[in-house]
Write a protein of this length. Structure first.
Length: 526
């Protein structure tokens, strides 16, 4: 678990939270302190300006700075001072000097607030003549600090300088320090609370992400151990859910491929067992003297070796075609001539069985780029298959016609149909006739039913030419196997890029870019 995704995500997330909290706390503290000091300095400057006017009036009336410290220390309240009256009642002091002082102080406190900070007054030589803090009275104030003060001007002449609070020394008073400390504590507590909350929510989110991945990993391990039936529960439609869906599809493909592999091995073993058993039995009979060593008996053994050779060759062709390595020698070929040659080669078998071979070929058919030998193999498989399933007195008709899609551009295809008058194929078996070793009649022996690979190989060869093959059949009315080839050579379409069409006639879904249904041959679009 130390190297799990959840652990690493939580470690990174925790580190980001800690760094973020530290940066936020430090930056907010620095910003708050700077802003507070700037605000305090601004207030102190405003009070210093107000006091400069008040002290200028004081200096004008007194002509000197005598008693200025007592004047600052005895700042009156905002109500006029009371004094005893003759009738025993307290009344306002109405002396002109006190009334002026009171009014000036009221004006100062009204505009800049009550004066609670330290106030220092300097004379024109920079000597401290008043200090409400009592720390530097009579001393020479530093010249650098004096430059930051507000000058007191009387009659256009600077008679002194006044400094308030932070103008004297760059520190905050205890009240401001307490305020800044409380703000910093609040920021720290808030940041830690938000960080802890983010960590908890992040942990829940990461578990939601890693739990499906863990299930995906466990299912992959189970499939690697041979459990191809294992699947992943899909609980969302996000990227993880799509990955689980793709995994399930992959698992289904693996299970299907494994089943096909097992069936293929079983079918191959079955197909090879019959001729090998015959060969072995005949050879043992010849060795034991049961059969005489005559040309007829040797021919029977040779016939079975031919069956084995054909089966091995078919398996090799099928493996090459499915791997996309089937070599085609494309050249200009006349399909009508290939059909005629294959039909002539099957006439002897047709005559022996009493079946009529019929050709219907349009005239002046264009040549196509194709491999003649491979096309002859396709036609032989289709026509021989039709001949096997046509009873005596029946007919096998092979037709070739041109279908032009864009006549002005020379676009089109040749369509070949092989139609028999046999018993037909059941609807449930029709979609599977091109699968290897598939037999609609399970009781049919290979002696009469072929190797079971002919139609599969034909399908692979046609698609390698960029064509399409399909079958139509009706019980009791015969079957039709047909394929189409483009006039111009092109590679077989990729299944992933081929469009899907739903046949309006039979309802089957065809994955192809051609215009014919792969099951019934109906037109899919105009």
């Amino acid at each position: 678990m130390r190297n799990s995704i959840w652990t690493r995500l939580m470690g990174v997330f925790l580190g980001v939270i800690i760094v973020g909290v530290i940066i936020m706390v430090v930056s907010v503290q620095l910003t708050t302190a700077a802003q507070l000091k700037r605000r305090v300095l601004s207030d102190d400057v405003a009070q210093a300006n107000a006091l400069a006017s008040l002290l200028a009036g004081f200096y004008s009336q007194n002509g000197n700075w005598n008693e200025v410290e007592s004047f600052l220390a005895a700042a009156p309240s905002q109500s006029p001072p009371a004094t005893p009256q003759p009738d025993g009642m307290m009344g306002p002091m109405m002396g002109p000097q006190m009334m002026w002082s009171w009014r000036q102080w009221v004006q100062v406190t009204r505009t800049s607030g009550s004066i609670t900070d330290r106030v220092v007054v300097l004379d024109s030589q920079g000597e401290v003549i008043a200090d409400t803090g009592g720390a530097s009275l009579g001393e020479q104030h530093p010249a650098q600090h004096a430059k930051n003060g507000i000058p007191v001007t009387v009659g256009g002449e600077t008679v002194g300088t006044v400094l308030v609070g932070s103008m004297i020394e760059p520190v905050l008073n205890p009240a401001d320090e307490d305020f800044l400390r409380s703000v910093n504590i609040s920021i720290l507590i808030t940041s830690m609370s938000v960080g802890i909350l983010a960590l908890v929510l992040g942990s829940l989110l990461f578990r939601q992400i890693t739990a499906p991945l863990r299930a995906l990993s466990e299912s992959a391990q189970a499939i690697a151990d041979g459990d191809l039936g294992r699947r992943v529960d899909i609980k969302s439609n996000d990227e993880v859910g799509q990955a689980a869906h793709s995994f399930n599809r992959m698992a289904e493909s693996l299970a299907r491929a494994d089943a096909q592999r097992r069936n293929l091995i079983a079918d191959i073993a079955h197909e090879l067992r019959t001729p090998l058993t015959v060969v072995q039995g005949n050879l043992e009979a010849l060795m034991d003297g049961v059969y005489d060593l005559t040309p007829e008996n040797v021919a029977a053994v040779h016939k079975q070796t031919v069956v084995l050779t054909r089966l091995v060759a078919d398996l090799r062709d099928l493996a090459l075609a499915e791997a996309g390595q089937l070599q085609l020698e494309l050249k200009a070929a006349a399909l009508s001539e290939v059909v005629t040659q294959v039909s002539e080669g099957l006439e002897i078998q047709a005559d022996e069985k009493g079946v009529t071979l019929k050709l219907e070929i349009e005239e002046a058919l264009p040549r196509i780029q194709a491999d003649e030998q491979r096309l002859a193999q396709v036609l032989y498989n289709l026509m021989a298959n039709a001949l096997r399933h046509t009873p005596t007195g029946g007919t096998v008709t092979t037709s070739v016609e041109l279908r032009a899609e864009r006549p002005l551009q020379g676009k089109g295809r040749l369509v070949v149909r092989v139609q028999d008058t046999g018993s037909g194929i059941a609807p449930e078996d029709l979609p599977h006739v091109f699968e290897r070793f598939y037999r609609a009649d399970r009781s049919r022996a290979r002696a009469t039913g072929g190797s079971g690979l002919g139609l599969t190989i034909a399908k692979q060869i046609v698609e390698a030419h960029g064509g399409q093959i399909w079958a139509q059949s009706w019980l009791g009315a015969g079957s039709t196997f047909a394929f189409s080839l483009p006039l111009s050579a092109r590679s077989s379409p990729s299944p992933s890029s081929s469009p899907h069409h739903i046949c309006p006639k039979c309802g089957q879904t065809t994955e192809s870019d051609w215009l014919l249904c792969a099951y019934c041959g109906a037109e899919l679009k105009g």
